[in-house]
Design a protein around this ligand. Structure first.
Ligand code: NDP
Length: 289
């Protein structure tokens, strides 16, 4: 058996095309959705991510502004930049690229972003809204995974879903979204005993650990849907996921590739979140006047 490939690139293209149409509709009303991306320092991976996000915005007709700050900027200076963006009506979404330099408190910086502009969905009030079943912004990566599952018509109600990795930006919100969709969710971390016993129960297995190829075919239930969030660069410079694609593909029913799986969806959902922030802001200015 060879698993069906879930093509994140193709799905992301169709999501972006939908975004572009809705952007046009907003532009007809004189509103250009705007994303501000703040990049502190010159981390090479972050630079690539920021460039890709800005390019995707421009392509879909959104306005993007990249604010590049020196690595030695102080935390108050960064907070000041965030406050300015909070008060800028042309900016509907604000994203501070992580990781931040070690002298900064990332939580404090994220909490400074207006929750209504927090398109990454990392602000504590957006995390709380998600947890209580009233999401405003869903974090882009798990949101993209949900979109992929939906596009493949995967039934989540009553399904066993196992998420490996419990970070605030991927694993935890992923678990919340799956739970909200009616799945029975197991959330694993690095302390989980007998990980294979957990993963082998999964109808839907989402892996986000940052440990290259740590899940192999022996850890997967035959026919399961396997979503590989991991992005790791091998010694040869090639990207590999957290799942051993070759052995997993022989067992799974459907699987995402790396690259070309979850990665492109993350950017597409950032555009969706920014567009929706602009739509909400347009709706609230109509009701205010
Ligand atoms: P973090 O390092 O923040 O979290 C990793 C999580 O995995 C932790 O909860 C950790 O457990 C858990 N973990 C680590 N080793 C094991 C193990 N052996 N068994 C079980 N659990 C383990 O990573 P992120 O969530 O930020 O990212 C995870 C991966 O996803 C990375 O490869 C990253 O590059 C990728 N990523 C991809 C994105 C995309 O767009 N496709 C977006 C964001 C991330 P513990 O809590 O116990 O430490």
């Amino acid at each position: 058996m060879s698993a069906k490939l879930i093509d994140g690139k193709a799905l992301s293209d169709s999501v972006k095309a939908e975004v572009a149409e809705r952007v046009l509709a907003l532009k007809k009303r004189g509103i250009v959705p705007g994303l501000a991306v703040v990049l502190v320092g010159s981390d090479p991976a972050s630079q690539v991510y920021v460039r890709n996000k800005a390019a995707a915005c421009e392509k879909a007709g959104l306005h993007s502004r990249v604010i590049r700050l020196a690595a030695d900027i102080t935390e108050p200076e960064l907070l000041n930049t965030v406050h300015e963006l909070n008060n800028d009506d042309a900016v509907h979404g604000i994203l501070v690229q992580l990781p931040l330099p070690a002298h900064m408190n990332a939580n404090k910086v994220i909490e400074a972003i207006a929750a209504s502009k927090d398109v990454d969905g990392f602000h504590i009030s957006n995390a709380g809204l998600l947890m209580t079943g009233q999401p405003l912004f869903r974090p882009c990566t798990p949101y993209g995974v949900m979109k992929m599952l939906e596009s493949e018509n995967i039934v989540l109600r009553g399904a066993e879903a196992v998420v490996v990795g419990a970070s605030n930006i991927v694993g935890k919100p992923m678990a919340m979204l799956l739970l909200a969709a009616g799945a029975t969710v197991t959330l694993c971390n690095s302390k989980t005993r007998d990980l294979g016993a957990q993963t082998r129960r999964a109808d839907v297995l989402v892996v986000a650990t940052g440990k290259p190829k740590m899940i192999d075919g022996d850890m997967i239930k035959p026919g399961a849907v396997v979503i590989d969030v991991g992005i790791n660069r091998g010694a040869d410079g090639k990207l590999v996921g957290d799942v051993d694609f070759q052995s997993a593909q022989a067992v799974a029913g459907a699987i995402t590739p790396v690259p070309g799986g979850v990665g492109p969806m993350t950017i597409a959902m950032l555009l969706v979140n920014t567009l929706e922030a602009a739509e909400r802001s347009a709706a609230s200015s109509v009701t205010e006047h």
